[in-house]
Design a protein around this ligand. Sequence first.
Ligand SMILES: NC(=O)c1ccc[n+]([C@@H]2O[C@H](COP(=O)([O-])OP(=O)(O)OC[C@H]3O[C@@H](n4cnc5c(N)ncnc54)[C@H](OP(=O)(O)O)[C@@H]3O)[C@@H](O)[C@H]2O)c1
Length: 219
Amino acid sequence: MKIGIIGAGNIGGNLTRRLSALGHEVSVANSRGPQTLTALAEETGATAVTAAEAARGAEVVVVTVPLKAVQALPAGLLDGAAENVAVIDTGNYYPRERDGRIAAIEDGLPESRWTEQQIGHPVIKAFNGTYAQDILTNGRPKGTAGRQALPVAGDDAAAKQKVRDLIDELGFDTVDAGGLDESWRQQPGTPVYGHQGDAEAVEKALASASAERTPEWRA
Ligand SMILES: NC(=O)c1ccc[n+]([C@@H]2O[C@H](COP(=O)([O-])OP(=O)(O)OC[C@H]3O[C@@H](n4cnc5c(N)ncnc54)[C@H](OP(=O)(O)O)[C@@H]3O)[C@@H](O)[C@H]2O)c1
């Protein structure tokens, strides 16, 4: 499958490694340009491109940049993507350490709703609470007892299924975490954030989340 990855840091780099190893045709972009991604391209066989090019023809696009950088992504980012493209948002709002104040999120808008408004396309929220290292090391065959599970939230059922299937290929179970309006259940500060348990444990963690944003996760 053609996959575009926008952001080549901890998460984008490791998704590039694993998805390329699985045989997917991966294009990867950062902010400084493809000439700065030659080492990753050589290591993985992925194609280094500009952010504006990354989505071209892609059936899956992963947006994995710091939240504050989402606004700096090129306009028309998803122009030229496959008609049924699933866009994965891995982002988290870190107002104090990184992103500064984003008023709409402070006022209660789920973080991924904000991101989809910025990029002008619906998103599926996944990987946001997964340690980057886990993507490389924790994948296990389907059916393995205790297989790590990732919550996946989003409104488009077909796109969500495509993302869940891809995560299964990467070696993880998934839990349907509902629509994007419910996606606060997996934001920073919730019980499932950074959770490494199996599907049953992840379901329980999602159910026990509180909608209130705690002070350390406010600007
Ligand atoms: N680290 C984790 O374990 C982890 C886990 C789950 C979720 N997340 C979330 O996932 C997102 C990415 O995290 P990360 O740790 O992978 O970030 P990171 O290591 O800081 O990497 C960010 C990447 O985004 C690129 N970028 C920044 N602005 C861009 C732009 N305008 N156009 C294209 N690329 C741009 C950067 O490119 P340059 O280097 O060229 O600037 C860099 O490759 C964040 O929202 C984070 O909270 C992180």
